[in-house]
Ligand binder design. Structure first.
Ligand code: KG4
Ligand code: ZN
Length: 341
């Protein structure tokens, strides 16, 4: 079965074709980073307009690269939410219309389910049940996963998402957008331990998190400093260290609470090398296996949407004659599919 995946929930137009026998046949991405860079964050209206410009050429590109004809495509999956309303509408309208024209079923996919299942694009896949840490620009969730669609959120950020904290902190330090990659690059030249930032909510029981206070801590430290390049790097190091440490502590706690020995990390922040290393380190000293996608499938992409959509289409789910998008869509409202894929 071959599925065309369309991702347009935020600032990346991602298109891919996934085949359940051969894997990813083609994968194309257009990132709007340059478009939004001057504003230090995503401007929704500019994002929608750019998806309109890019989506058809990218679909043509993956069809040509995969050697597929319209008749070879068995279904179309597009991100239906959560995300920016206008941006979602572009992918949904194009996906639903193409499915109509090509006479195949279409399905609206939950963006975070796409992220959560992305490690299954790799060779060594996790087995149900497992714990998932989903860390992106809009979400920070600890999820107890017992099957596809069976997602119990057992911990989450009460304010800023981790990716958002990286982005806002980078902006405060006068760095570029998106903040995650720039901060982690800069942190490499930071002096280890010159600053120590708080680990929010680790001294209280529970799995919820909070990152907005950390951001204020960074701002105060920066304003009171000598504002040199070295100080900026030292602050980047301390900020990243505080985030990674907090996430590691919460993961350890959630693994203990669930009794699971497999941990999936996914979403844009799971591309963070430091976070991967810390969790791999944890796996060396405990009976734990850690799974994550390769970096290009951590951040938004069409392949994860094609993969998640394929599972749902295969189980018989599909759109009716219309379509809908859901800018807000709790992960635990999804239909449970069972534990085979
Ligand atoms: O999953 P994603 O591409 O989009 C959303 O669904 O939000 O995640 C984007 C987020 C951004 O906040 C970005 O700063 C962060 O992921 N990010 C990183 C890294 N690469 C991307 N954060 C930390 N370290 C990275 N290497
Ligand atoms: Zn995402």
């Amino acid at each position: 079965m071959k599925v065309l995946g369309i991702e347009t929930s935020c600032d990346e137009t991602g298109i891919a074709i996934y085949d359940d026998e051969q894997g990813i046949l083609a994968d194309a991405l257009y990132s709007q980073i340059a478009l939004h860079a001057d504003y230090g964050g995503v401007v929704p209206e500019l994002a929608s307009r750019d998806h309109v410009r890019r989506i058809i050429p990218l679909i043509k590109q993956v069809m040509s690269e995969s050697g597929c004809q319209p008749g070879d495509i068995d279904g179309i999956a597009y991100t239906a939410g959560p995300g920016l309303m206008g941006a979602l509408m572009v992918g949904a309208a194009v996906g639903r219309s193409l499915a109509w024209t090509w006479q195949c079923p279409s399905i609206g996919v939950h963006h975070m389910e796409g992220h959560l299942l992305a490690p299954m694009l790799e060779e060594n896949v996790p087995r149900f049940p497992f714990l998932a840490l989903l860390v992106s620009g809009g979400h920070t969730l600890l999820v107890d996963v017992t099957a596809i669609g069976s997602y119990k959120v057992i911990g989450e950020s009460l304010d800023d998402a981790v990716g958002e904290a990286f982005d806002k902190t980078a902006k405060m330090l006068g760095l570029g957008y998106p903040g995650g990659p720039v901060i982690s690059k800069l942190a490499e030249s930071g002096i280890t331990g010159r600053y120590k930032f708080p680990r929010p909510m680790v001294n209280r029981p529970g799995l919820d998190m909070s990152f907005s206070g950390l951001k204020t801590f960074v701002l105060n430290t920066w304003m009171e400093s000598d504002k040199t390049d070295q100080t900026r790097a030292d602050i980047a190091w301390a900020f990243q260290d505080a985030i990674v440490d907090t996430l590691t502590i919460k993961c350890k706690r959630a693994l203990k609470a669930t009794g699971y020995q497999q941990l999936v990390i996914a979403g844009g922040v799971s591309a963070n090398q430091n976070l991967r290393e810390r969790l791999n380190q944890l796996a060396k000293t405990s009976p734990l296996e850690v799974f994550y996608p390769q970096p290009q499938y951590c951040t938004d992409n069409g392949a994860m949407i094609a993969f998640a959509g394929l599972q749902r289409l295969k189980a018989g789910e599909h759109d009716g004659e219309g379509f809908s998008t859901r800018p807000r869509w709790p992960l635990d409202e999804l239909e449970v599919l069972g534990n085979k894929f």
